[in-house]
Design a binder for this molecule. Sequence first.
Ligand code: F3S
Length: 773
Amino acid sequence: NSVSPQPEVDIVSRTPPYHRLITKLHEVRRVLGDSRKLTLAEKILYSHLDHVEESLLSNTNNCKEIRGNANLKLKPDRVAMQDASAQMALLQFMSCGLASTAVPASIHCDHMIVGEKGADADLPNSIAGNKEVFEFLESAAKKYGIEFWPPGAGIIHQSVLENYSAPGLMMLGTDSHTPNAGGLGAIAIGVGGADAVDALVDAPWELKAPRILGVRLEGELTGWASPKDVILSLAGQLTVRGGTGFILEYFGPGVQSLSCTGMATICNMGAEVGATSSLFPFSPAHVPYLEATHRGPIAKAASNIASAPMAMNLLRADPEAVYDKVVTINLSALEPHINGPFTPDLSTPLSRFKSLVEEQDWPKKFNAGLIGSCTNSSYQDMTRSEELVKQASAAGLKPKVDFFITPGSEQIRATLDRDDTLSTFSSAGGTVLANACGPCIGQWTRTDGIKKGESNAIFTSYNRNFPGRNDGNRATMNFLASPELITAMSYSGSTTFNPITDSIPTASGTPFKFSPPKGSDLPSAGFSEGNPDFFPTPGFPEPSVEVSIDPKSTRLAKLDPFPAFPNSELTSLRVLYKVKGQCTTDTISAAGPWLKYKGHLPNISENTFIGAVNAATDEVNVAYDLDGTQSGIPELGKRWRDKGQEWLVVAEHNYGEGSAREHAALQPRYLGGRLILAKSFARIHETNLKKQGIVPLTFANEADYELFNACDEVSTRGLLDTLRSGGKGKIELVIKKDGGEKVVNTKHTLSEDQCGFILAGSALNLLAMRSRE
Ligand code: F3S
């Protein structure tokens, strides 16, 4: 018998530090008092606090008011990064000068692989097109002791579930769907690169204490209903913003009936309602999943903790814990749902979908069914879909639309290959794509002749369906559903087909009707490890490795530290631009074609503020120099920076709203920005600005916005003292105008730590200074 190679599993680095966490839990109970009962999310989160008392009671003296008020300073156990966002995270980490990461970390090359013809052709093409980026990531991973999963090894969230997630773990991931790991009882939060660096260098990571939304599950899924339908239905109830500021904590008797991977699907899509994270309690399904993925000792340790007395039970909520809100879902009565198009919260039960298609005049035919991805490529998902394909094949049917299958990892692909699931799909005409994001993130080259701008419909089992998300065509209507429902519908090609009630004509004349799908949660022969070329590199630092960055590269550039704050007030700043109306992170740093420059700050800075409206002229991205010369905003920024002219931007409300894109703070700083004065800020972006050494100020009197014009000369008064006193003090801005001065009062939210960032030039500079001490 030949023994197939096994990846080495470092069980020690993959086991959460249970002993330390339980000791911290005791401390949390001491600070809050025994009468304050804790939800599971609170137990895990608060057990990861750096200084328990200081954090919990920051901004409040009342232990009932921690959620929504306290600034938690957390020490996560682990970091995972995908290839697109890992670039800037690593460049920032490198500038700290440390020899290795402070916590275990992993990099997953998944976002830059295009889906087109199938894995065998697509993978080599994508590797060739992104060679220098992959080489950079691999060399940096080796040098600093980060496990590197090469292109084709799998999608970050699936690989994390199979290898790193564990009950009670807290991790950060540089991707919105990081909470997928909550299916295995971890608190996993999606963040930007600078936040990941906090954890990588052992600095506390700050989070406003989330509120907790309890989702009580009752009953048991039956027939066509799947875990995907739990979150599709919940998204309809909560809407895309309903989870903002919350952790979704699932509980109730229905949890017992769900597979581990099904729980991961549900947690993955908590991002679609804006939740900070989602998690499930330790459940019977976790044990066989951990054992099947070579983590039996973790299953054992977690089982012991979960059966311990409540005082030291890290893995179950206190029975009398209070949630900020509770939503109840009866799994036994749950119907399959279809969500979309264009937004994940437009949720329709299958039985009503046909009439909605007719009412809305949506297309009656659809062009493609896509199943799998990070959200839904488990053994359970795929075997339930396979069983439907077998039913239809036995009736002589083939899918009527293009049918794509994306395995989430090499482990699941190899297992499905061994068990003939993939050959069932291929024989039916399906195309198996690479183990990567592909069409889920717009990396889909369509070959069905649909042109940009042409209206058409597709069904996917992915998680996002904003316009343009899958194929770059904003007119493509993406409907989200479970993989099994999409598989069945692909055999009809009709958006109005309901496999529970409708049948499909066959050549023999006998109408064919699907029976409800059946599958297996886990492979009876265990998981196959697959191609050893896709095993990760070990997580040991190799200091002698040179990090590979070609000085002539257009996609990667080393970061130079930003200059420290001067030993004086900021004098003679100039207003680069006065922005009118909305100024999102997309306005400040546009996405789309610019994404390929994420690792090259000079090149991506060419898009800085290109979406901003000029308050004086209503023009977009049109700035004027002191002598009236007209140019784009990035050009003027660069010209001023090169002359040593530092600048500020004046803006209106909610500056920096939108996705938490750290480039929107890095780029203005790189171009010489020192200060942003706005009517108000989006909270996460305000913190990002401070991390990059930019001072965010708001008007004490909003009407003073009118006092400013582009090119005005502005000085600060009181800023230096405020920074030196750790945030205590008043900051005024003085505008030189018509031979005189106008004084503008401002407000700030600078904490002591953040003053340190600004004085040092950036949070990274401060970390680098501390690491040298
Ligand atoms: Fe994200 Fe989809 Fe990849 S949700 S991780 S883009 S598979």
